[in-house]
Design a protein around this ligand. Structure first.
Ligand SMILES: [Zn+2]
Length: 269
């Protein structure tokens, strides 16, 4: 991001440790620059003694006078009292985000946006309220059936925990029953539960497989997920064609090559 607007993103400029672009010497007249250097020179002496009282090293005060010692000022500024964000209204937090990205949260199109976003959290992040044991609580006797059960091409929508942007795609979930089976919709619900949390695709894949293995205790579990990540499409490298494929194989799927091959064949057919 070009650092051209200091008042809008003051913290970003300071965090980079560089002089704000608004203090760029090239834009200053020689007279103004000389006056500023003189002022900074006078300021530096008492500032150093104040630092000494607090036991700070005077060396953090820059000797360079071509711009104010931003890092030194930042280290010694009085911290504002901590805000208990748990007490701040969620819609107020969204309004603040709208302001930070340069918007007017009071314009007509945005007035109800904070409320809509907070309401959507209940669905998008509803997985935190669920437990895998409750989803898979109803199990049926498998009888003599001991071949693979596969739920293929089931869609999911999740949110990348690194950028809070969506990733979505399809999953293939398979298991080899030992004594018990579960309704196919329960496999989809298990996937949804984990997808409706902040996720990494790798962890989403593992969590679905591990829960199914732990709770149903089949002879093996295989989960493969193919996902498209918005954080790769609309930012960063901006490639929209790439698909990420992850898999987790447990029990017989990991140990038996024929079982693994059958799973891979069935997911592609
Ligand atoms: Zn991401």
């Amino acid at each position: 991001m070009p650092a051209t607007n200091c008042s809008r993103f003051p913290n970003i400029n300071a965090a980079n440790g560089s002089a704000p672009a608004c203090l760029n010497r090239s834009s200053e007249s020689p007279f103004a620059l000389q006056a500023f250097r003189s002022f900074a020179s006078q300021l530096r002496r008492p500032f150093t003694s104040i630092l000494a009282q607090f036991g700070a090293s005077p060396s953090i005060v820059s000797d360079r006078l071509d711009y104010p010692p931003v890092s030194a000022l930042r280290r010694t500024e009085v911290p504002s009292p901590p805000v208990n964000l748990a007490l701040v209204d969620s819609e107020e937090l969204i309004r603040e985000i709208l302001v930070r990205i340069g918007e007017d949260p009071d314009r007509e199109g945005l007035q109800r946006t904070p409320a809509r976003i907070v309401r959507s959290w209940e669905e998008i992040y509803g997985g935190y309220e669920q437990r895998a044991e409750e989803i898979l609580v109803t199990q049926f006797c498998a009888g003599k059936y001991d071949e693979m059960v596969l739920l293929r091409d089931v869609e999911f929508y999740s949110t990348c925990e690194h950028h809070l942007l969506p990733f979505y795609g399809k999953a293939h979930i398979a298991y080899l029953p030992k004594n018990k089976i579960v309704g196919l919709s329960k496999l989809a619900r298990l996937l949804d539960m984990h997808a409706r949390r902040l996720q990494l695709q790798e962890r989403l894949t593992q969590e679905v497989a591990t829960d199914l293995q732990t709770i149903l205790q089949p002879r093996g579990v295989a989960v493969m997920i193919e996902g498209k990540h918005q954080c790769m499409c609309c930012r960063g490298v901006r490639k929209k064609e790439g698909t990420m494929v992850t898999s987790c194989l447990l029990g017989a799927f990991k140990e038996n090559l024929a079982t693994r091959s059958e799973f891979l064949t069935l997911t592609k057919s």
